[in-house]
Design a protein around this ligand. Sequence first.
Ligand SMILES: [Zn+2]
Ligand SMILES: [Zn+2]
Length: 146
Amino acid sequence: MLHKSDISTSELLKKHNLSQTKVRKQLINILKNSNVALSASDVARQMPATCDRVTLYRNFKTLVEKGILHQITINNHESFYVLPQIDSKTNENNTEHIHFRCVKCSIVQCLHSSPIESINLPEGFSKLDTNFIVYGTCKNCNTISN
Ligand SMILES: [Zn+2]
Ligand SMILES: [Zn+2]
């Protein structure tokens, strides 16, 4: 079973030895309250106007490196962020899964019900990353058009 981590934002930062900055807390809370993955500019729009954009973008990088955020790259240049789901059996972040991209409204969502079991590479090959995206239209867009 997968669930959203119920750890508080300050505990999360403490666990990864990161200082409790206002920007980090606001950034994580915005993603906590979202059901879909958000781009850095989506988050920036929800941040207070006083927040420095350079600081914000630097924090995305740090939080991804620490594994606090799960980054999804679409078409090699668009990045979306989400708080990773935690596997209750292993207590590890579940990052190997398929993503869905709506071609109408551009939302990106993790498909945790479609885990990637195993990928067999030819001998001598090594894996860097996996990136599977299903393109289609989301429930909202399908409802509007009907
Ligand atoms: Zn849509
Ligand atoms: Zn995902």
